[in-house]
Design a protein around this ligand. Sequence first.
Ligand SMILES: [Zn+2]
Length: 428
Amino acid sequence: MANIVFTNVRIFDGTGEMPYQGEVQVQGNRIQRVARGNRTIPSNGLTVIDGAGATLMPGMCEAHTHFAWNDQPTLGSIQKMPPEEHILWCAHVAERYLSRGFTSCVGAATAKPRLDVVVRNAINSGLIPGPRYLAASQEITVAGGLADETLPHLPFQELSFGAVVSGSEEMRKCVRQFLKYGVDTIKLNLSGEYIAGLPAEFTPMTEDEIATAVQEVRLRGKRLSAHARSSESVKQCVRHGIELVYHASFADDEALDMLEAKKDKHFVAPGIAWLINTSHHASEFGITPDIAKQMGYHRELEIACQTLQKMRKRGIRILPGGDYGFAWIKHGTNAKDLEYFVKYLGFSPMEALLSATRLGGQIMMQPDELGLLKEGYLADLLLVDGDPLANIAVLQDPDRILAVMKDGQFYKTPDVRPGRSRLGLSAA
Ligand SMILES: [Zn+2]
């Protein structure tokens, strides 16, 4: 059983308090003790890790994760990977998230029915390394909606990125099937998306279809998430109690009022990296800034930034992460989102860090034991070379993530090469 003390660290505890010099003891999978100053915690019999002034903070949470997206440029090409390769890909990617400091991830949709569930179970059983993970269904859509990739002459579900339904009973059957597989979250595509040739402000799912999905999910005590770019789709989320609202770019004042009134229930994970990079950094894949502008992405980015700034002021919970795994926003670069929150959405570095830590514990449904560096909490910790409050970008550099601990176990152990004096690992 782990019995470790981190000494000589700057503690960012996720409560909103400024970092302080101190020590942290981990026993088993929990944080046993947090102390200010040095040489406060007796180190007899403990493994002592001298942080040499590095920052010790809670592990980060990615709130809108798609392990199954395989760095392709289109939805259709993601889906073409055969299932055997695809599950290996997901396992590989899961480990990458953990290595980059994401100790929790919220699955936001997978590409084949059981990929997310199988990976979550393999992580939980210790078969593969990965973050704490909540598994999602495929995107459920209506015929002609986002992720219906079937072709007129090839109407096969297996070729479609999303699960396509028409009408309440088809919805019920589809949702029940995913719940049977063991998903934590059912994903509904409530709005369009320009890259799929559908306006972002298109809202094609009927109230009946949504209500049926919600009814089935509630019977099993699970949650829902939604691709919701249009204002109407955000309102559908609030009306139907869909907890996880993805994107929300075009939410108007009425939608924001509704969200604010239920802000203890909902989380927004905008996936802002998608809008920024599709607008400006996808030329290599045929989407030049001019083309992105014609598609509508520049306008959406501008409006989304305004909307999210308003949300932030209203105290609506906004979390980083989202839609990494496309050709131009690769898995593992997710900590970029924190920088985007500061640059584009008006967050302070402190707020951005809290959204990745404290709010992470909340979206993982473990607010009393995850997301803070606090006595009694689960030991999901990062040791970071530098001060993320002074430079939020340090979290993007894998070399500066000196250690990753999940559930009291090191995934990445601090460097103990002889001759390196910055960090010392010794059994006292
Ligand atoms: Zn997404």
